[in-house]
Design a protein around this ligand. Structure first.
Ligand code: NAD
Ligand code: UDP
Length: 338
């Protein structure tokens, strides 16, 4: 298939380019490079033997999207482009609403004007809000809620896509709800390169391990979980990338708008992830216990059965592989792509 990948130079997008090339797809990346480096795509080329075509531009710029879709026929769009930091979305809500919502509305409109109706959208487990324990593991039918502007953009865009596909049966949209993507390609050439001090657990851990940060603070050890630390569903970014390839293979057969969890289906605690990381590096990771972080949920993990049933996909890589690969990337690239 000929695929348009918005945000394809980013963390998940670059890994997905490798998996999509391996499956024989052709790729054009549309990215404004607001949170990524073209170096990521050069390195995709080193791994895959092929560099994706890069169009530097904004999904919210109608002239860019229109001329791209005028000039080339695509079979499907994988839509990663958007801002993704929860904390930043609280301090810059307008920027999040404009970039994520307006940008996606332009993309959707140009897609339908060009008769392009196959879409794979990056949604997030954040649309489940703070899940109640009785709703775990989370099925796609669990109640939805947005806790911050970032979450609102994902939930609102899901609602837009549900309404548009209810109104027009031509659409085939897969709403892929990612749980906690971590890790890196096993080559160590590409990985997660967050700007500033990371908010997420794994990049914080790797930056402590490489000496960029002093120590990890575990946000609370008094949660109602077996070891007192929070539980999440971590998913290796290469498994996630392969999930997109599985989605490409099925999108044309799945009419309407279908939410699908992409997670491992099992929960790992913060303390367990730290232990896996220490095993991967063979050294202790400096850490301390701090207070709970406002807004955190004790546990959040997927029921991953729909992905297996509809896409024939499930995760293959465990937390040891996630930690080993995250560490390889960080130790080979202590300053990321810089
Ligand atoms: P990322 O920031 O690494 O990648 C996003 C890419 O989109 C970047 O290359 C950025 O330059 C580009 N971009 C942003 N706004 C754009 C615009 N208006 N036009 C063109 N390009 C634009 O993020 P990621 O971790 O790869 O996430 C990809 C998608 O997955 C995002 O939509 C994110 O919300 C979603 N998601 C990520 C996670 C996660 O933990 N990483 C979890 C759930 C969902
Ligand atoms: N966490 C932590 N210290 C950190 C960053 C995160 O203890 O410096 C914990 C956080 O409380 C949560 C888990 O790690 O329980 C995953 O956090 P992350 O922000 O990566 O993902 P999310 O909470 O959005 O699922």
């Amino acid at each position: 298939m000929n695929i348009l990948v918005t945000g394809g130079a980013g963390y998940i997008g670059s890994h997905t380019c490798i998996a999509a090339f391996a499956a024989g797809h052709e790729i054009t990346v549309l990215d404004n490079l607001s949170n990524s480096s073209p170096e990521a795509l050069r390195r995709v080329g080193k791994i895959a033997g092929k560099v994706p075509r890069l169009v530097v531009g904004d999904i919210g710029d109608r002239s860019v999207v229109k001329s791209l879709l005028d000039s080339e026929k695509f079979d499907a769009v994988i839509h990663f482009a958007g801002y993704k930091a929860v904390g930043e979305s609280v301090s810059k809500p307008w920027e999040y609403y404009v970039n994520n919502i307006s940008g996606t509305l332009v993309l959707l409109d140009e897609m339908r004007r060009h008769g392009l109706y196959n879409l794979i959208f990056s949604s997030s487990a954040t649309v489940y809000g703070n899940p109640l324990p009785e709703n775990l593991p989370l099925k796609e039918s669990a109640p939805l809620a947005a806790l911050n502007p970032y979450g609102q953009t994902k939930l609102w865009l899901e609602d837009v896509m549900r309404a548009m596909s209810a109104a027009d049966p031509a659409w085939h949209i897969l709403l892929l709800r990612y749980f906690n993507p971590v890790g890196a390609h096993e080559s160590g050439l590409i990985g997660e390169d967050p700007a500033g001090i990371p908010n997420n657990l794994m990049p914080y851990i790797t930056q402590v391990a490489v000496g960029r940060l002093k120590e990890l603070t575990i946000f609370g050890d008094d949660w109602p979980t077996p070891d007192g630390t929070c539980i999440r569903d971590y998913i290796h970014v290469c498994d996630l990338a392969e999930g997109h390839v599985a989605a490409l293979a099925k999108v044309a057969e799945l009419p309407g708008c279908t939410p699908i969890n992409l997670g491992s289906g099992s929960g790992v605690s913060v303390a367990q992830l730290v232990a896996s990381f220490e095993k991967a590096t063979g050294r202790p990771l400096p850490h301390k216990i701090g207070p709970r972080r406002a807004g955190d949920a004790a546990a959040c993990y997927a029921d991953a059965s729909r992905a297996l049933e509809l896409l024939g996909w499930k995760t293959k890589r465990d937390s040891d592989a996630m930690c080993r690969d995250a560490w390889r990337w960080q130790s080979m690239n202590p300053k990321g792509y810089k």
